[in-house]
Design a protein around this ligand. Structure first.
Ligand code: SF4
Ligand code: SF4
Length: 460
């Protein structure tokens, strides 16, 4: 049986890197620029100064005491070397480190020396917090905050290996190459939450990953693999929960309202690495692709490395890109600056020329021909064209409320299928983000129970 979401769209997959083994970035970057805010929450404060010599894995940023409960996530040096600058970049404070290529690991990093069965939830959460782990599916919610808020309020743990957005293949490769790390991470999460059952959701375009995981889980009553239809946005949290459990979450609700918690497969592997080896989150797997990239692949990248350095390590660009995207084509952010750093939530670097199909489609004159296709694919069961029209007519509050714009997960499926090239996603997003009543108050941000909103299609 294949599980599936309401709506959604089967897209061209462009997963040509699915057979490319994960490779450590080579050559390593000469310099990294590590932002103090790489997660959903409050920024960390640098603990180092220019001239300091740091080791790989050394703590270089943490929340100031007054921000400690405001969504903090620690930051560590991803290379060994010398701190050259503390600078501001795109509104975030960053620590720049010149790599000494000695790869000295911080002597403070040690594997946790107790058996999992003898370890308390508090101890595991402390390990995860110290390791600076945030959701690697893209949403980058600090994992320790999510876990602490869920203890005693969750009965279902879901691990997301669906990876349905085009181009992404890093989760697929991780499940093939390190399935034991993923499974061990799931066991740590089960222990933390005192649960007896977890589901790893994998899309049916990855039968080899399903076999690999199932092969290691023969006879396991704790963890089961469930196969989902390949469809975008299958991996969006609330859609995945609904597909697997039938439980629905209100637009302003959280997964724990449905007694569920969702983590990405790479987050599980990072948790296991922190527990078993003491290594914090200092690198992640990035899919590098697009028609401009000479040698597309899956690369293990030190955090803070520039997109340009990663592209150079993939053979460089064979033609100038007209679009550079950090993240996926549907949920990522277009960049105009190749020096943008890879952060905890960066799943991909995509570089497209004007020749790439689809890039020029929005140069057409947009019009709505009322075909209804956007409503057919909307996973939130909205009428996107109506919301867009009413928003344009200035009926922002009443009509957006009545038509449920708040439930939009910003997946972009409506624009993707629109034959009129109408920027319908943008209009629905503007209706959703009309004056600030949706946003967390300062008071809510200081409360652990108020996790950052999870109302987008970015995976956890
Ligand atoms: S916005 Fe696009 S998909 Fe939706 S009804 Fe109009 S033309 Fe059709
Ligand atoms: S972007 Fe929003 S309105 Fe459009 S399909 Fe996705 S959830 Fe529906």
């Amino acid at each position: 049986m294949s599980y599936t979401i309401a709506g959604g769209v089967r897209m061209e997959e462009y997963k040509r890197t699915r057979r490319q083994q994960i490779k450590r970035m080579s050559p390593a970057p000469r310099c990294v620029c590590i932002p103090m805010l790489q997660h959903a929450g409050t920024p960390s404060t640098p603990l180092v100064s220019p001239g300091d010599i740091v080791c790989r894995g050394q703590l270089i940023g943490e929340a100031s005491p007054e921000d400690e409960h405001g969504g903090d996530c620690r930051v560590h040096a991803s290379v060994s070397g010398r701190v050259t600058r503390i600078l501001e970049r795109d509104g975030a404070v960053c620590v720049e480190i010149e790599n000494d290529f000695e790869d000295r690991l911080s002597p403070e990093l040690k594997p946790f020396d107790k058996r999992l069965s003898d370890t308390s939830s508090d101890e595991i959460i402390e390990i995860i917090k110290n390791a600076g782990i945030a959701g690697l599916g893209g949403a980058a919610v600090p994992t320790h905050i999510k876990l602490r808020a869920a203890i005693g309020k969750t009965d279902t743990l879901i691990i997301n290996g669906t990876e349905c957005e085009p181009f992404f293949t890093s989760n697929h490769r991780l499940m093939l190459e390190s399935p034991a790390s993923v499974i061990n991470g799931v066991k740590i999460l089960l222990k933390t939450l005192s649960l007896r059952r977890a589901t790893i959701a994998v899309a049916d375009n990855k039968p080899d990953a399903v076999s690999k995981l199932e092969g290691l889980l023969v006879g396991s009553a704790l963890i089961k693999v469930k196969v989902c239809k390949t469809k975008y946005p299958q991996g969006a949290q609330r859609q995945l929960i609904s597909a697997l459990t039938g439980r629905e979450i209100a637009p302003d609700g959280l997964p724990i309202d449905a007694r569920c918690l969702v983590f990405n497969v790479e987050t599980c592997a990072a948790i296991f690495r922190a527990f078993a080896k003491g290594i914090p989150l200092i690198e992640r797997v990035v899919t590098v692709d697009g028609d401009c990239v000479r040698e597309p692949g899956n690369v293990l990248v030190p955090l803070g490395t520039s997109a340009l350095d990663v592209l150079d390590a993939c053979g460089g660009l064979k033609k100038p890109p007209s679009a550079l995207i950090l993240g996926g084509p549907m949920t990522g952010a277009a960049q105009c600056d190749l020096s943008a750093p890879i952060v905890k939530g960066t799943r991909a670097i995509l570089a497209f020329s004007r020749d790439f199909e689809g890039i020029g489609r929005y140069e057409q004159t947009p019009t709505c021909i009322h075909c209804g296709k956007c409503a057919e694919v909307c996973p939130a069961r909205l009428l996107p064209n109506y919301i867009a029209d009413l928003y344009n007519a200035g009926m922002h509050d009443e009509i957006a409320d009545e038509f449920g714009a708040d439930a939009c997960i910003e997946c972009g499926a409506c624009s993707y299928v629109c034959p009129g090239y109408y920027p319908v996603t943008q209009y629905v997003k503007m209706a959703k983000h009309r004056p600030i009543k949706n946003q967390l108050t300062e008071n809510e941000l200081t409360n652990n129970s108020a996790l950052p909103p999870t109302t987008t299609a970015a995976e956890e």
